[in-house]
Ligand binder design. Structure first.
Ligand code: NAG
Ligand code: NAG
Ligand code: NAG
Length: 779
């Protein structure tokens, strides 16, 4: 190897020249022979013709046994040099990248050994790069996380691609797939590499697009161009850049009042486009005043529920704000309007504003008694009220304006029938179902003196016995008056009577308070048989009302009068007169008649005659009722001419009263015959004769007087014919018994005693006496 003088010269321009110059200058130049081949030549490819380059002939080649001394795989000793033509052949795969991984110039030195003479030739085989390696990225894909709030222009470095080739075949440029957010920038070489970078060109919005896919392509400069790609996924990380958003700005809902507690009213929803905690929303009332005790809010899900009583009458709508806040603190408000719908939950009320305090029973129709109003808190039909009175009372309701009503009379009032009324006014609204309520007032009817006193009996009749004690109460009248107070307080008085007005007070009086009628004196049946009073009951109203009633008092008889014998009368000297009886009188001959009267009436005046003593018992008989003395048998010879009878007259009273009479009877055929007898008597005849004379004169006088009296009576009677019958009893003289008095039947009476005597005048008695004497004695 000592003879070799290979000098290094720059390759390139000489490269092409070498094969032609080499044989010429070979011995002197001593320059290595340079060949240049691309890598990856197929085995057996000719690198160069050594024989030609060395100036050797074909014969020399085989003679000099050219061979490669270095044991390189690429050019191994056996195959590298073709012994016949001196071609250097590729004996193995040539990979530039593995031969000279780092350098761009790749030269493989070969030493060719030639024998005969032994010589060494230096050959430099330059391996040219071919674009057999694409650029590639160490990873197929990468993920980049970029916050959405990253500012524009921010750079994000990427890993460089690698290309094993060199020169133009090496990595030349990057290309980024199209997108509007990022652009690509390649930084100048750092450590021999181009560093690609992403530059943010447009603001990111995770909510709009949460990730981006980019493809970065690395391209080399070979021909054909080769490239490698990497997929870049950009994940946009969230920033709390979105406030929560309600589904509605204003929520409006209508609720019926009186919702049960806990009823769901409304649910608000807000959405936050952020994610994670930035999207975690809590709800809260913005204003709690007036709302906190009516509604409650679920902070998590936004549901509003009723919490307290919801009363339309208290509040008809609620307006509130609700805030939704995300975890990052961004908040939004919405407005909520809750309208409360009225339900018929309030009964109407009846309120009396004024009530008349005096309602008189004579109130006229339509008089206003009370004013009242109705009130219903509900609205609309629920608050429309009608009023009515359920009872049947003489009142009705008149509507006045504005829920005001008048209660007026509608019928006649009568305190005596109904002193007070409970008027219940029922107010009903028109809700569905309707509600109602009632209110009552008690109306007291004031009294008016509209009732006159009324006597318990239409007519009072009392019987009292005569001879009553003065001051005795004889009757009581009573009148009632249903009016009240003074209007019903009754006092009694006597307003009229058939007694003589001046004497009235001495007869009777009435107690004003009690109505008891008192006798003021003892009554005498024989004088006053009956009388009638008009009593008045008068109340103390103004004006006063009164009523009259008549009270008839019948004075009953008592046996207080003994019979009086009228005949035979005693003579003026007290001697008895006599009656004559014809001697030849047959049995049954009416001798005389005992005449007696009794001032009493009825049984008390019913007389009976009894023979007490007789000189000759059995000679005369006495009629028990008639008083007639008759002969019972004919006069016998032995009978005395003068007979004396003692007769008792008894009335029918209990106990009976009686009187006696002595009858002197003389049997004679003429008066002359009698007279001697009479003269026997101690009484002188003269007085007797005088008496006879006086009797005749008196009789004539009395008869005239009597006639005059009768004429007068008839005249008076005719004049007063309209007067009540009872009045007749009070006139002097005879009168017919009237009224309901007892009237015994005197069919067999001694005297046809249908007459009553009023023994007021002595003369009258005398007259009767004489008249009866006439009748009985036959004068
Ligand atoms: C009115 O009502 C009162 C009390 O409720 C009762 O005592 C009275 O008897 C009633 N009056 C009438 C007339 O119904
Ligand atoms: C009652 O009687 C008196 C006297 O006779 C009379 O003035 C008055 O009018 C009568 N009253 C009645 C209510 O009849
Ligand atoms: C590598 C190779 O094949 N070498 C052979 C070359 O030729 C000699 C003799 O002909 C062989 O002995 C080697 O093995």
């Amino acid at each position: 190897m000592g003879g070799s003088c290979v000098q290094r010269r720059p390759a390139g321009r000489l490269q092409v020249l070498f094969p032609f110059l080499l044989p010429l200058f070979y011995p002197t130049l001593c320059e290595p022979i340079r060949y240049s081949i691309p890598e990856e030549l197929a085995k057996g490819s000719v690198v160069g013709n050594l024989a030609k380059d060395l100036g050797l002939s074909v014969l020399d080649v085989s003679a000099r046994k050219l061979r490669v001394s270095t044991e390189k795989l690429l050019f191994n000793r056996n195959n590298t040099v073709n012994r016949e033509n001196g071609n250097i052949l590729v004996s193995d795969r040539i990979d530039r990248e593995s031969l000279c991984p780092q350098s761009t110039l790749c030269v493989v030195p070969l030493e060719i050994v030639a024998e005969n003479p032994l010589n060494v030739f230096h050959i430099m085989v330059r391996i040219e790069d071919i674009n057999d390696n694409p650029p590639y990225f160490p990873q197929n894909s990468i993920v980049l996380q970029i916050n959405e709030l990253a500012i524009l222009g921010t750079r994000f470095g990427l890993e460089s691609a690698i290309d094993a080739d060199v020169g133009p075949n090496s990595l030349q440029s990057y290309q980024l797939s199209y997108n509007e957010y990022f652009s690509l920038m390649v930084k100048d070489k750092i450590e021999g590499k181009n560093a690609p970078e992403l530059i943010l060109e447009k603001p990111l919005d995770r909510e709009h697009q949460s990730s981006h896919f980019l493809v970065l392509t690395a391209v080399d400069g070979g021909d054909p161009v080769r490239s490698g790609t990497i997929q870049i996924r950009i994940e946009v990380t969230d920033a709390n850049d979105n406030p929560p958003v309600f589904s509605q700005d204003v929520y409006k809902v209508s609720l019926p009042e009186n919702l049960p507690l806990g009823t769901s009213v409304l649910k608000v929803t807000a959405i936050d486009q952020d994610e994670g905690i930035n999207a975690e929303i809590t709800y809260s009332f913005k204003t709690l005043r007036d709302i906190g005790n009516v509604f409650m809010l679920d902070h998590q899900n936004g549901e509003i529920k009723s919490k307290g009583p919801i009363d339309f009458e208290i509040r008809s709508s609620y307006t509130m704000s609700i805030e939704a806040k995300d975890g990052g603190g961004m908040a939004t408000e919405c407005k909520i309007i809750i309208e409360i719908l009225d339900e018929n939950d309030n009964a109407p009320e009846v309120i009396f504003t004024s009530v008349s305090n005096s309602i008189t029973e004579d109130a006229e129709h339509g008089m206003v008694i009370a004013l009242f109003k109705t009130h219903d808190k509900d609205l609309g039909e629920n608050g429309e009220v009608t009023c009515l009175i359920k009872e049947t009372v003489p009142f009705r309701i008149e509507s006045s304006a504005n829920n005001y009503y008048k209660l007026v009379t509608d019928g006649s009032l009568d305190r005596e029938k109904t002193p007070s009324y409970n008027v219940t006014i029922t107010a009903t609204d028109r809700g569905k179902p309707p509600l109602s309520s009632s209110s009552s007032i008690t109306l007291h009817i004031a009294d008016v003196n509209d009732n006159a006193p009324v006597f318990e009996q239409a007519f009072y009749l009392v019987h009292i016995a005569e001879n009553n004690p003065p001051g005795a109460s004889i009757a009581q009248v009573s009148a009632s008056d249903p009016d009240l107070g003074p209007n019903g307080r009754v006092s009694y008085s006597i307003v009229n009577s058939d007694l003589e007005p001046r004497a009235l007070a001495s007869y009777v009086s009435v107690s004003a308070q009690s109505g008891v009628v008192f006798a003021q004196r003892a009554f005498d049946h024989e004088q006053l048989r009956a009388f009638e009073l008009t009593l008045q009951a008068r109340d103390q109203g103004s004006p006063a009302l009164s009523a009259n009633v008549s009270l008839r008092v019948l004075v009953g008889d008592r046996n207080d009068n003994a019979p009086r014998v009228l005949y035979p009368a005693l003579g003026p000297d007290g001697s008895a007169l006599f009656d004559t009886v014809p001697r030849a009188a047959q049995p049954g001959y009416l001798v005389t008649k005992v005449v007696a009267v009794d001032a009493d009436s009825g049984h008390n005046a019913w007389l009976s005659y009894h023979l007490l003593q007789a000189s000759e018992p059995g000679l005369f008989s006495l009629g028990l009722r008639t008083g007639e003395v008759r002969t019972a048998r004919a006069l016998g010879d032995r009978d005395a001419a003068r007979q004396r009878l003692l007769v008792a007259v008894r009335d029918g009273g209990q106990p009976p009263l009686s009187a006696t009479a002595t009858l002197l009877l003389v049997f004679a055929d003429s008066l002359q015959e009698v007279l001697p007898d009479v003269s026997d008597r101690p009484a002188p005849s003269d007085p007797q004769a005088e008496l006879q004379f006086y009797l005749v004169v008196t009789l004539a006088l009395i008869s005239v007087l009597f006639l005059l009296a009768v004429i007068l009576a008839v005249a008076l009677r005719l004049g007063r014919s309209s007067r009540p019958a009872a009045w007749t009893c009070f006139q002097p003289g005879l009168c017919y018994k009237t009224g309901p008095g007892v009237s015994p039947n005197y069919s067999r009476g001694t005297l046809p005693y249908s007459y009553n005597m009023h023994l007021k005048h002595k003369a009258q008695i005398e007259t009767n006496h004489l008249r009866n004497c006439e009748e009985t004695a036959g004068f």
